[in-house]
Design a protein around this ligand. Sequence first.
Ligand SMILES: *Cc1c(COP(=O)(O)O)cnc(C)c1O
Length: 318
Amino acid sequence: MVTMEDIQAAGERIRNMVRETPVKASASLSALAGGPVWLKCEHRQETGAFKLRGASNAVARLGDVAGVTTASTGNHGRALAHAARQLGMPAVICVSRLVPQNKLAAIEALGAEARVIGASQDEAFDEAYRLKHDEGFALIPPFDHEDVIAGQGTLGMEIIRQIPDAATLAIPLSGGGLLAGVALAAKSLRPDIRIVGISMERGAAMAASLKADHPVEVEELETLADSLGGGIGLKNRFTFPMVRELMDELILLSEDEIAAGIRHLALEDNEVVEGAAAVGSGAIIAGKLQAAGGPLVLILSGANIDPERHAEIVRGAQ
Ligand SMILES: *Cc1c(COP(=O)(O)O)cnc(C)c1O
């Protein structure tokens, strides 16, 4: 089980490995949401996503291992590669063929090996599992791991310090490591805060699992929010129960709504974010999310989008 004490300890442990990211008011989204909207600019984190927090905490807690490995849709792999290099450890990142080229190049630029295996995250995971069992690597999963969740929770502590009167946090949701950690920290400090998770309509495994009341598999589909793809693991231990307990509301967005979120942040707020990070903005524009009873904080979770693709979306070509 992950506790608030674990999150506080993670904050101390990774203090020199991650950046504190800024918050910024959005006048245009505030007008649409009927109350103050703040952007938590975690897409400006080192490696371009919040995943560095969890990966840094997990790697910093390891003893003597041959190296670290994971199967990742991109941002976690990149974060793990960066954290391993900072601590002088070899890293092998196993990814599926669906992962975009720019993300593979970024992993190799960080000094890790990117091993492309299989058509789904589950197949890539088998290779990481083999490295753990046959070669003495530590397998650091992208979300369902106590140290990873505690590391992501440091983002929740930071938000409450920056916006003490936050009433609602809107959190991109895939495997649930981000939501579980941030919600635990935020609700420990502000028990009345409202936690809203946002996923895409196409292939959201956590949404399907909550509906079934146990972890289920869904078909992995291409989506603009590619960092929100992938399963939650049929043997999910931590994030599924934590999300079920801590999340107050779940919003699902169409591809057009996600594109509108990306476009709005680029044109009105001057922020380049990837699809997964634009779901809060997309939900407000779609009329699915309001600022009720106090400030609404959107977590801009990552910036890793192909620049050509981003330009097309902003032009409205999609
Ligand atoms: C991983 C990721 C998410 C989702 O995080 P989970 O812990 O899997 O729910 C959201 N946005 C970005 C940019 C990510 O990389």
